[in-house]
Design a protein around this ligand. Sequence first.
Ligand code: CMP
Length: 131
Amino acid sequence: MIKPDAVANGHAGAILDRIIKGGYKIVAMKYTTLSADIAGKFYEIHKERPFYGELVNFMSSGPIVAAILEKDNAVEDFRTFIGATDPSKADAGTIRADFAKSIDANAIHGSDSNENANIEGNFFFSQFERF
Ligand code: CMP
């Protein structure tokens, strides 16, 4: 998911270009805005964390781009590709190092396991919305 900060700053196109050139195939994609209720459900796993309220507010503050990507070892490789959650700790050349501003406004989300990739893909897309 390309987050509201990156969309608002006009970086969605550049980020998608990197993703495609990085060898990820886009299987499904949509441009949409999350209500606080939907953002809260998406991040339910973090419900007990102190940053949950701010995360939900931020994720519902403007449009996002959601996508399902396909590649060998996609989940693990994508997490390396986007860089650390905190952009000040992200490796040079990663998406978060180049486009993120803070740990909240960190430009992009990647699923952290194959299991969560399935759950998150199903959260956004029906079987008829996948190539
Ligand atoms: P994301 O990969 O979307 O998963 C949960 C998000 O919570 C994370 O990126 C960050 O943007 C946000 N967040 C805010 N504070 C923290 C924190 N202390 N640790 C982890 N994630 C945080």
